[in-house]
Design a protein around this ligand. Sequence first.
Ligand SMILES: *Cc1c(COP(=O)(O)O)cnc(C)c1O
Length: 394
Amino acid sequence: MSYKIPFNKPALVGSESAFMTDAIARGHISGDGYYTLACQALLEEEIGVTKALLTTSCTHALEMAALLLDLQAGDEFITPSFTFVSSANAFVLRGAKPVFADIRPDTLNIDERQLEALITPRTRCIVVVHYAGVGCEMDKISEIAARHSIPIVEDNAHGLFARYKGRSLGTFGELATQSFHETKNFTCGEGGALLLNNQALIERAEIVREKGTDRSKFFRGQVNKYGWMDLGSSYLPSDLLAAFLLAQLQQRDRIQLRRKEIWSRYWSALSDWALERDVQLPFIPSHCEQPYHMFYLLLPSLETRENLINYLKARGILAVYHYLPLHLSEMGQRFGGKQGDCPITEDISDRLLRLPFFIDMTDELQGEVIQAVLSFDEFETRSQAVRGFAVDSV
Ligand SMILES: *Cc1c(COP(=O)(O)O)cnc(C)c1O
């Protein structure tokens, strides 16, 4: 079925095709050409990371992280259960076992207060996901990780250009990953980046990304021949995609400003309605600068969410939910995951609903979404197993 108001449309700024045409004219459309280097330089400068490497996806950047940290069979890693599959699968590919952490009921980020109890002598990394681009409690998490000498990987797919206590997300972990999938704020269709904050990992990251060879060094004239040095795969994107991406990154202020307008309008139009109906809106701690990646509602029950989805659908509006708890997935259960392991995740997963959010959504269309939500009145007041958390400040 097609919707009058879809959930997402890829953000376009207009200069993408001209940049891609130029990439073709430059005669280098494989990886690491002019546009790849330009995107990486922009990311390094804006975020303040030592090195940024474009990748074919965020999933692949996470796979590179697992290779770089040498995860192996018998190792464990900690990841929130409330996240996209790749935050876990990339490490499971190396044979490691996921240990699922629950989330905070306010920011929906990994609950740092429960982190230490999940650490064992086998823990080889902690994956944090900055949900909706709102920073996890990195002070506490970094302190715990440092005390146990466990590297942090930030899955920052939602949080490009966001900050925690004034510092960019992506600069806290040993490694961090970005996504340029078409559902994210900046896109080239499919793409990603690996951010490195540890100089010592850069040379090997280039090798892992180039099929396990030192071809990057060869292109820089540092070696006469390139050869097979290590494990790796084909993780670098075509310069055509980098050209598309650079067009978007150069317009980052315009994209983010428009996203902020959309987010803020949802917020001001829906906060009274939400308050009166026990609907929770996104919580942004005052020390976090968010990237306006998504706008969600936490409805009182699963039934109410189903009712609202259908109500919006009848008005041509597509609203969607995610994530299904990873510990209860087919794969998660193979690792011993069971009902009750992550109660907040299980509860939130039933009640979260994301509203349409894309930069060329007109004010009229957004007004229609808002009016539809405001006129919805099919609330089920059935109380849930896990309800009534105070939104606690951090
Ligand atoms: C989108 C997303 C990914 C995967 O990104 P791809 O670029 O599609 O591989 C990983 N983690 C999170 C949290 C995401 O939202």
